[in-house]
Design a binder for this molecule. Structure first.
Ligand code: GTP
Ligand code: MG
Length: 615
């Protein structure tokens, strides 16, 4: 992307909408994972300027040099990630908050909530120092509990606290950028780091007066929702005189300390920002990011609160459907690479199918998620079964054509001799039988005839039986009785050949049914692996949450905030209980059951077996 584009625009009626241009750009990015860095903060505080630094460009996001707020809505710039090969860095520059001229606090809150929902790293930008005023300006954080829902409310309605406890599962890492910072980083005579500076500003006050509650609220929210925090301070980039044409200045015209601070900040963001994931750990691509934005903005427009669970389910529908398509494409591509039809045996063909199916399933598993009832995997099964039928048909056709051509060529010689009357002599029938036998032997030598070799031969000989009988009847060396016996022998031989062909067909049918069982097992195996993988990821996620909460508990105790510590302990206990349940979660068994049901519908070969197992 050469230039940033508007991702979310303000509409004339005061709402928000995702722009078609940005969606178009994102739709084209359905492969690489995205690392999404968003910046938010008060208007006119140098956000767009800092984002251009992250892009490694002097210009890009538009600045404006007056006191009037400049960036409107949310702008997006997608770039190859400077540190992570195969990843895209998506920068989101947002409309400045708190513009008195605009005076639409509601719009501000949504912009902030969207920045949180869409990013994997959120840079909060402010000017001066992290003082009470800066904290007050960050009231958007305290409002997130009313702006973001994690789960669709169940029967009795979930407690708000329980819902926001889950925020950490998908909230971005938090970086506070303090601009025009001109103080010494010192506390009680001791030099401190920027991070210590932030932590000291986030310290809570003991007590339960209204004033204390008000003081603590934004700090508590930041500590609860953003356990991974960093702070960077920046001196003014240049003298006041040059500030308005900052964009035009060369690097060496900037304050050296500022340059060094920017370099450190960029390095941190580039190296530490993780790819965007949704709860459950599934990595988001550009196309998915676009769909997420649409779901959230649609919710806001309809007057609802964006719900992460609903968005993830909507995303799963789109992605899983695409995963089926991608898997079928992988199957075809693999087949194209491997198949040389006709194969010698049906077994060989089934093995070929099995290999391609395995790769196709892998592609499906890599992309699909939350296919709890195996609806999409079942659909893929049906597609692949159809592909297999088609493959068998093509294989048989290729074989038939080759066999028929070979037989026709070999028969031509015999036909010439029939026309010349070579067999129309006494003893001609035996002579014909010998020649025909030689022809059959030569046919057997023809390589790569495929699965239809015997059947086509049987049908071919059958079609020439009238000619053979004519030669027999005209053979004057044979008595009527001998002719009768010879005809009977010919008939018995044909019947024997037919029986063999039928036997072969029956054996092939059994092989095909057995292959359906194998296919089901492959599906089961890969699903099991995926579910186990997901369980581990979930467990990891929960462990991370637990670690963060334990750390916060320790801090609360250190700060002597006993009541808060007790509440945190209860939260920790709840989480520990959830972790225990994750040892053997019921959804694995239920998903495998759904797979069985889906398989019965498309793979008749396994129906009987499963039915017996269930009854
Ligand atoms: N004092 C100071 N000015 C800056 C800094 N960075 C950028 N500016 C200048 O501040 C003005 C606003 O910069 P922007 O980057 O557009 O600020 P913004 O936060 O994106 O503004 P909005 O989009 O309106 O919210 C421009 O004239 C910049 O040159 C900084 O670190 N300190
Ligand atoms: Mg801006």
């Amino acid at each position: 992307m050469e230039q940033p584009v508007c991702l979310i625009a303000n509409t004339a009626d005061g709402g928000l909408e995702v722009t078609e241009e940005a969606l178009e750009a994102l739709r084209g990015m359905d492969q690489p994972p995205v690392v999404v860095v968003a910046i938010a903060g008060l208007y006119r505080t140098g956000k767009s300027y800092l984002m251009n630094k992250l892009a490694g460009k002097r210009t890009g996001f538009s600045l404006g040099s007056t006191i009037q707020s400049h960036t409107k809505g949310i702008w997006m710039w997608c770039l190859p990630h400077p540190r992570r090969a195969g990843h895209t860095l998506v920068l989101l520059d947002t409309e400045g908050l708190g513009d008195v001229e605009k005076g639409d606090a509601k719009n501000d809150t949504w912009i902030f909530a969207l920045a949180v929902l869409l990013s994997s790293t959120l840079v909060y930008n402010s000017r001066g120092t992290i003082d009470q005023q800066a904290m007050d300006q960050l009231h958007y954080v305290t409002e997130l509990t009313e702006r973001i829902k994690v789960k669709v409310a169940g029967g009795g309605g979930r407690q708000e606290g329980a819902d926001s406890a889950e925020f950490v599962r998908f909230f971005p890492a938090f970086v506070w950028a303090v601009r025009d910072f001109m103080l010494q980083l010192e506390l009680d005579g001791r030099e401190i780091t920027e991070d210590e500076y932030l932590e000291s500003a986030l310290k809570l006050k003991p007590g339960s007066s209204e004033q204390t509650k008000l003081y603590n609220l934004p700090r508590e929210c930041i500590r609860r929702f953003f356990p991974a925090r960093k702070c960077f301070v920046f001196v003014p980039p240049t003298s006041r005189r040059k500030m308005s044409r900052l964009e035009e200045l060369q690097e060496d015209e900037l304050e050296p300390e500022f340059r060094e601070q920017v370099a450190r900040f960029c390095r941190h963001v580039w190296e530490m920002s993780q790819p965007k994931t949704i709860p459950g750990g599934h990595v988001v691509t550009g196309a998915m990011l676009g769909n997420l934005a649409v779901t959230y903005v649609d919710a806001i427009r309809s007057g609802a609160v964006p719900c992460v669970e609903i968005a993830v389910l909507a995303l799963a529908q789109i992605e899983n459907s695409a995963a089926v398509g991608e898997a079928v494409a992988v199957y075809k591509e693999q087949l194209g690479q491997r198949a040389a039809l006709p194969t010698e045996t049906v077994q060989e063909l089934l093995e070929l199918h099995a290999q391609c199916e395995r790769e196709a399933l892998r592609a499906f598993m890599a992309r699909a998620f939350k296919d709890d009832d195996c609806r999409f995997q079942g659909e893929l099964m049906r597609h692949l079964e159809e592909q297999k039928q088609e493959l068998c048909r093509r294989n048989e056709l290729a074989s038939s054509e080759r066999c028929t051509a070979a037989l026709q060529e070999l028969w031509d010689e015999l036909d010439d001799r029939i026309v010349l009357g070579v067999y129309s002599v006494p003893g001609g029938y035996q002579c014909f039988l010998d020649d025909r036998q030689r022809m059959v032997e030569r046919y057997r030598q023809v390589p790569a005839k495929g699965v239809k070799a015997d059947e086509v031969l049987q049908e071919f000989l059958q079609s020439k039986e009238v000619a053979a009988q004519n030669i027999l009847q005209m053979d004057e060396a044979l008595t009527e009785k001998e002719k009768e016996m010879a005809a009977e022998r010919a008939w018995a031989k044909a019947a024997e050949r037919e029986r063999q062909v039928l036997q072969q067909k029956e054996a092939e049918l059994q092989q095909k049914l057995k292959d359906q069982e194998r296919s089901y097992q492959e599906n089961q195996q890969q699903l099991k692996e995926k579910l186990e993988d997901e369980r581990k990821k979930l467990l990891e996620e929960k462990h991370k949450m637990l670690d963060q909460k334990l750390k916060e508990l320790e801090n609360l105790k250190k700060e002597g905030l006993q009541a808060k510590a007790t509440r945190m302990e209860a939260e920790i206990q709840r989480l520990q209980q959830q972790n225990k349940e994750l040892q053997n979660p019921p959804w694995i068994e239920s998903a495998l059951g759904s797979l069985g049901e889906a398989a019965c519908l498309v793979l008749p070969g396994i129906f009987g077996k499963l039915f017996r197992r269930w009854s």
